[in-house]
Ligand binder design. Structure first.
Ligand code: CU
Length: 166
């Protein structure tokens, strides 16, 4: 075997090793292994086909089944729902005032953004073990008396369990 052939063989061997290495890498936690949740947003309910999932990356495919209203999804630690700031935010929403979720809720781990009626979208989040609330915080109407989707029942609990140790 010539020196040139040997070096070609080494390159091919290195390529095959790299390729097998990358196939091992695929088995690591990553986007391809993300837990998939289908979420169904309607007027006014938020349903998920999985509510107990392993820690790590989750991909949520959200479908807005409404023919009328936009909906959205926020994921945050469940204790946030009991804070004063959270309820002040809801009051601002109910009374037509400016309300900012990002400064009212600590530890937001995922958000879909607005999903228009009849449309679908997906988003990802990385969730440590714990309990989370998944909610739509949109509102409807004009003036100082608004309908807040959360008040209509658009929230659900998501439990994220720790990995099982061998
Ligand atoms: Cu909604």
């Amino acid at each position: 075997m010539s020196a040139r052939k040997i070096s070609q063989a080494l390159v091919i061997t290195a390529f095959l090793l790299a390729a097998s290495g990358s196939s091992i890498a695929v088995a690591q936690p990553g986007h391809d292994d993300a837990t998939l949740i289908h979420a169904y947003l309607s007027d006014f309910d938020l349903l998920m086909d999985r509510t107990i999932i392993p820690a790590g990356e989750v991909r949520i495919e959200a479908v807005n089944l409404s023919g009328q209203y936009k909906h959205e999804m926020w994921i945050y630690p469940i204790d946030e729902r009991d804070t004063r700031r959270f309820h002040e935010m809801l009051d601002l929403k109910r009374t037509g005032q400016r309300a900012d979720e990002l400064t009212s809720i600590d530890g937001i781990l995922g958000r879909s953004g607005e999903v228009q009626a009849g449309e679908a979208m997906s988003f990802s989040a990385t969730l440590p073990p714990g309990f989370y609330e998944v909610a739509c915080l949109a509102r409807e109407g004009d003036g100082d008396l608004r309908m807040v989707h959360y008040d209509e029942g658009m929230y659900a609990i998501l439990a994220v369990r720790a990995p099982v140790m061998p």
